[in-house]
Unconditional design. Structure first.
Lengths: 330, 676
């Protein structure tokens, strides 16, 4: 009997859920207009960082290209300001919000405040649980892909080695980029049949100095190294510095970074760093606007390129950068 | 209920042949309601089972995912807690850079402080030295080649490595890192966490009832913790005979950490952050669905009870309501079998009593009715037999009438044809007679002309006779004349002979003259020429006299002929005269005869006129007769049709009355079945 009551309760809950979903859908569709008159609110923290500046410019350009009204507001690090903007967005006639969250952990609060407007998170990724299919989604690049490109580059460069002594300099411990980029390096090497010996795997906290210092400690262990993977360009640059100091040949030992920063690109051009990957700001911006228009019009991510099957993410591919194409990104 | 009763009464009225197996009202209600209720209950059970099944699976998935996420967090927290502790100690050592003595003291101090790492801390150096707590049972022969040293050499930040079996035969996971104390040599700082300690944490951390978990190191797929102790520290292989283990291995290798059903289990995966470990939680699907089964069993039982209750309720209600109707029902059953001798109980004072009294009334009236029906039907039967017979007779009669009519029709037909022929003939006759009359009138006229002509012929004949007499006289005169001519011609002959003698003497004179002229010589020559001329004349005169003599002789002979001829003519004329007289007589005869004929013809013409009138009349009359005959024919044909109709009708009447007879017989039979 107890179980039966549970079932009944479950059924009740389910019917309520179905009804509320139906009601919710009705509300959403009545609240959204066609793409012609689509108004999108773009909330940005700031454009002090080169990447963020590029990104916000690209978002505005994409809005123009797709013929939608796109209003950009800079909030700095104020979560409160972001919350106010999002709360008022619906009454101001916006049909979707593109948000560079000041703190991705506030996503649940923002989702509730949006009054059912879809939110496209950009650049700062909330955790999976805080995203909802076709409603609160993240547009960005798959961190996993960055590491995969690094590993693929090294395998190719070193002619499919059977074994490798590998150093990985990681970013901040527990950071999603750190985990994704490091894990994919290991997985890709393993999948390629390369028996990697991880002679040194440690966090250098995104810092060039720390990377250089850790390389020094590694040198003390007296082990040899064949390839160095860094979770970002800064650490890769520190590694290059260290290699110069400790007499390691970076022309033979490839050093890979991520982000394709100006320094990183310059280093590649100078023949020091071997490889980096570019986060495609334009691609992310275009996808974010497309997703905003689509979801704002009551559509689904299904038909958008790069959307994952759970309809919570739109991934924009990283772009591999090496000596052959670095000049395009400087 | 009222409906049911009415149905029964109707059944009784319909007669015994409509008898079918009487079903109880309760049975009927049950056959209608029970399947309905059962179907509803089954649909309810199926629908709720489906919904519950879907929802249960979702709930179980959510619970399992929530459980595993919670557990992973717990393991993470446990590991972090330990790691933080290890890091703190490491940091202290790095900061203080203690002497060997102090280091030993530090290690001894922390020994036993953390129950999760019972052997305490240890430090191995690149020159093969090992520092450890005095009481620690850790024993290492070759520090530099020991697993933990190798692992620790790859990082400064202390972190967990992969599982291995230490010198004491205990499977442990070491948290190790390079001691960054600025010394040129390498010192690896470490602490061991026995796997069974982790197993306890994993096995006791499951938040979902009946679910189990195991922990896998994805670096080498070692099972770090498992409820089955024998599996701990073995490798998780996708070729394992255990469907769950192989399935989990496959998922881990594919980096696919979505919740799925593997074999008989629902399996969830969670990566333990900060490590390469994956926690796998599983629960038998049977357990998830067990409550569902219980629920459905319960629902089925409730359904069956509900159906049984409905059956019981129907039976009770029907029995309660229908019982008093039993008696009436019996009576009605008797009635339906034709027994109207029954007495209906109408003592009750409710609707059923009313029903009883009404049924009683009905029985009484039925009784009367049946009686009169019975009588009437007998009469009817008799009458219908009579009617049948009569109609049969009528049929026969009308059939013969029809035949007679047919014959009459044929006769009239022939008659009409005959009359038509007569009419035609009479018309022709009338035409012929008219022609004849015309012809005989023409004949009459001709006859009259003939009479006239014959009259004239007689007169002419008489004139001819007179003329003939004249001719006879003239002929006699002619003969006389001719005879005178004869006498005259003899005189002429005499004269001519004298002329001849004169001519001969003249000729002799001329000859003498010529001889004298020839003597006279020249003087005589002129005379000689006259003398020759006279000689010639005398000769010619002699010849002419001869000719005339010949001619007269000829005339003489001709007259003789003419006299002969005239005599013959006289005789012919006499004969002609006689013949003519005969002809006159004949003419008279002819005339008289023609006169008679004329009179006869006139009489005939008169008669023909009469015949003409009669024939014309006959033609008109026979035409009228022909028209009448046609009318008669048409009429008689109608009559034939009518006679045929009558025959058919009388056949129908015969049939109907036959049927009526049998119907009334049946009716009688039926009515006789009622007992009254």
């Amino acid at each position: 009997m107890k179980i039966s009551v549970k079932k009944v309760f479950a059924c009740l809950l389910m019917s309520i859920l179905v009804m509320s979903t139906v009601a919710g859908c009705g509300g959403a569709s009545s609240g959204s207009g066609g793409s012609g008159g689509t108004k999108i609110l773009f909330i940005m923290t700031d454009v002090n960082d080169t990447f963020r500046a590029t990104l916000s410019d690209a978002v505005l350009a994409a809005g123009k290209a797709q013929g939608v009204t796109l209003d950009m507001v800079e909030t700095g690090d104020s979560v409160q300001d972001q919350l106010t903007l999002i709360t008022e967005a619906k009454s101001k006639g916006y049909s979707a919000i593109i948000l560079r969250s000041a703190d991705a952990n506030t996503a649940p609060q923002m989702n509730v405040a949006s009054n059912d407007l879809p939110i496209i998170y950009l650049n700062a990724e909330p955790i999976n649980d805080h995203l909802t299919a076709d409603k609160y989604i993240f547009v960005g690049s798959d961190e996993y892909q960055a590491g995969q490109y690094q590993a693929e580059y090294v395998i190719k460069k070193l002619n499919n080695p059977k074994s490798l002594n590998v150093i990985i300099f990681q970013g901040e411990a527990g950071h999603s980029a750190t985990i994704g980029r490091s894990k994919s390096v290991k997985k890709t090497l393993k999948a390629a049949g390369c028996n990697a010996n991880y002679v040194f795997v440690d966090s250098a906290n995104w810092s060039d100095a720390e990377a250089k210092e850790k390389l020094g400690i590694f040198m003390k262990t007296g082990q040899s190294v064949d390839a160095i993977f860094c979770n970002n360009d800064t650490m890769a640059l520190g590694t290059i510095e260290g290699m110069k100091e400790y007499g390691l040949d970076y022309t033979k030992i490839p050093v890979c970074g991520v982000d394709a920063t100006a320094d990183g690109c310059a280093s590649i051009q100078a023949g020091e760093m071997s490889f980096t990957v570019l986060q495609d700001a334009k691609g992310q911006a275009a996808s974010a606007v497309t997703a905003a228009v689509t979801l704002g019009g009551g559509g689904s991510l299904k038909d958008i390129e790069g959307a994952t099957s759970d309809l919570k993410y739109v991934y924009v591919p990283f772009v591999p950068v090496d000596a052959s194409n670095v000049s395009q990104f400087k | 209920m009222g409906d049911m009763e009415e149905k029964k009464v109707k059944g009784a009225k319909a007669g015994p042949q409509k008898k079918k197996k009487a079903k109880k009202i309760s049975t009927k209600l049950l056959t209608y309601i029970v399947p309905l209720v059962t179907a509803t209950v089954i649909i309810l059970i199926v629908v709720s089972f489906r919904l519950a099944s879907t929802r249960m699976t979702e709930m179980a998935t959510e619970t399992l995912e929530s459980s595993i996420s919670n557990q992973a967090d717990n393991i993470d927290a446990w590991l972090s807690e330990n790691l933080t502790y290890f890091k703190t100690v490491k940091y202290l050592i790095e900061r203080d850079e203690p002497t060997d003595e102090n280091l030993q003291l530090v290690l001894d101090t922390y020994y036993g402080f953390n129950k999760n790492s019972p052997e305490g801390f240890y430090i191995g150096t690149s020159d093969g030295k090992l520092y450890k707590a005095t009481e620690s049972s850790i024993d290492v022969n070759d520090v530099k080649n020991s697993t933990w040293y190798q692992q620790g050499m790859s990082r400064v930040d202390i972190a967990y490595g992969t599982a291995y079996q230490n010198a004491q035969g205990i499977t442990v996971v070491s948290a190790t890192g390079i001691l960054n104390d600025g010394d040129p040599g390498i010192k690896v700082f470490g602490a061991d966490v026995p796997l069974n300690q982790i197993s306890i944490i994993v096995n006791s951390g499951v938040k979902m009832k009946d679910a189990s978990s195991f922990l896998v190191d994805t670096n080498d797929n070692t099972i770090l913790a498992h409820r089955t102790a024998s599996l701990v520290s073995t490798k998780l292989s996708d070729s394992s005979s255990d469907a769950l283990l192989s399935g989990a291995a496959k998922s881990i290798n594919d980096n696919d950490f979505t919740t799925k059903t593997i074999g008989d289990y629902m399996v969830a995966f969670s990566e333990v952050s900060g490590t390469d470990w994956v926690l796998v939680s599983y629960i038998p699907t049977a357990i998830i669905l067990m409550s569902l089964m219980q629920m459905s069993n319960l629902l089925i039982i409730i359904g069956i009870i509900a159906v049984l209750l409905v059956v019981a309720a129907i039976l009770y209600v029907v029995r309660r309501v229908v019982a008093p109707l039993g008696h009436i029902s019996e009576n009605i059953t008797a009635m339906s079998e034709g027994d109207f001798t029954i007495e209906v109980d109408s003592s009750s004072d409710d609707e059923i009593g009313l029903m009883g009294s009404k049924v009683s009334d009905f029985v009484a009236s039925m009784r009367n009715m049946l009686k009169s029906i019975s009588e009437e039907s007998e009469k009817l039967q008799e009458e219908s037999y009579n009617s049948d017979r009569v109609s049969k007779t009528m049929y026969d009669a009308s059939q013969s009438q029809a035949e007679a009519m047919q014959q009459l029709n044929e006769t009239v037909d022939q008659l009409a044809k005959a009359v038509n022929d007569i009419a035609q003939n009479a018309t022709v006759l009338a035409g012929v007679v008219a022609d004849t009359r015309e012809n005989s009138e023409k004949a009459n006229q001709s006859m009259k002309d003939t009479v006239e002509i014959s009259k004239k012929g007689r007169e002419d004949m008489e004139k001819l006779s007179t003329a003939m007499d004249g001719i006879e006289q003239a002929n006699e005169e002619l003969v006389e004349s001719i005879n005178k001519v004869g006498s005259a011609s003899e005189e002429i002959t005499n004269i001519v002979s004298m002329i001849g003698e004169i001519a001969e003497e003249t000729n002799l004179l001329s000859l003498n003259a010529s001889i004298e002229a020839a003597r006279a010589g020249e003087a005589g020559k002129g005379f000689a020429v006259v003398a020759t001329q006279i000689a010639k004349l005398a000769q010619t005169s002699a010849e002419s006299a001869q000719n005339i003599s010949n001619l007269i002789e000829e005339v003489h002979r001709l007259i003789g002929n003419a006299v002969g001829q005239a005599d013959a003519s006289a005789r012919s004329i006499k004969e002609n005269s006689e013949l003519i007289n005969v002809a006159v007589g004949t003419f008279d005869q002819i005339y008289t005869n023609i006169q008679d004929s004329n009179q006869l013809i006139e009489a005939m013409i008169e008669d023909v006129g009469k015949v003409d009138d009669v024939a014309t009349n006959v033609a008109a009359i026979s035409e009228e007769q022909a028209a009448s005959a046609d009318e008669i024919l048409a009429t008689s044909e109608n009559m034939v049709d009518m006679a045929n109709n009558i025959t058919r009708s009388s056949q129908d009447v015969a049939d109907n009355s036959h049927e009526l007879a049998s119907t009334s017989a049946t009716l009688t039979d039926h009515v006789q079945q009622f007992k009254i």
